[in-house]
Design a protein around this ligand. Structure first.
Ligand SMILES: [Zn+2]
Length: 134
């Protein structure tokens, strides 16, 4: 018997099994695309995303705060009500609702760097369940 045939035969069988197995796996599966295609509620914690636009946020310890609800404080020296801050920083005069989880946060250090400096917490683009660097 030819030595080459002894090699080719098992290889051919193996290939056939492989093809059979592959074919059995590609059986048409019942399509379960029951996602409703109707209009979705795109309001998330008071922010309407239905126009497909992102909002600018900062990431404060995993809470995404709208930049539009914050104000930027200039660096200021220590004063009677706080330690001051050496850089531009984020403040909020009123409690802010985080757009990703609905947590309501007050300025943690009104007499200091507030929610942090702009370099610590740069503004980012936020889409619902999505965060991209600006
Ligand atoms: Zn300040």
């Amino acid at each position: 018997m030819n030595k080459n045939l002894l090699l080719i035969l098992p290889l051919g069988v193996f290939l056939l099994i492989g093809i059979f197995y592959f074919n059995s796996k590609t059986d048409p599966t019942p399509s379960e695309t029951t996602e409703d295609s109707g209009p979705k509620n795109m309001v998330q914690h008071g922010v309407d995303f239905s126009n497909g636009q992102s909002v600018d946020v900062i990431d404060y310890e995993g809470n995404y705060l709208l930049v539009s609800k914050l104000r930027v404080g200039d660096s200021h020296p220590p004063h009677a009500t706080g330690p001051g801050c050496g850089d531009k920083h984020w403040h909020a005069d009123d409690p802010v609702t985080a757009v990703n989880n609905g947590k309501v946060l007050s300025d943690p250090l009104a007499g200091g760097c507030g929610f942090g400096t702009l370099s610590e917490r740069p503004a980012m683009m936020y889409f619902p369940h999505e965060l991209l660097a600006e």
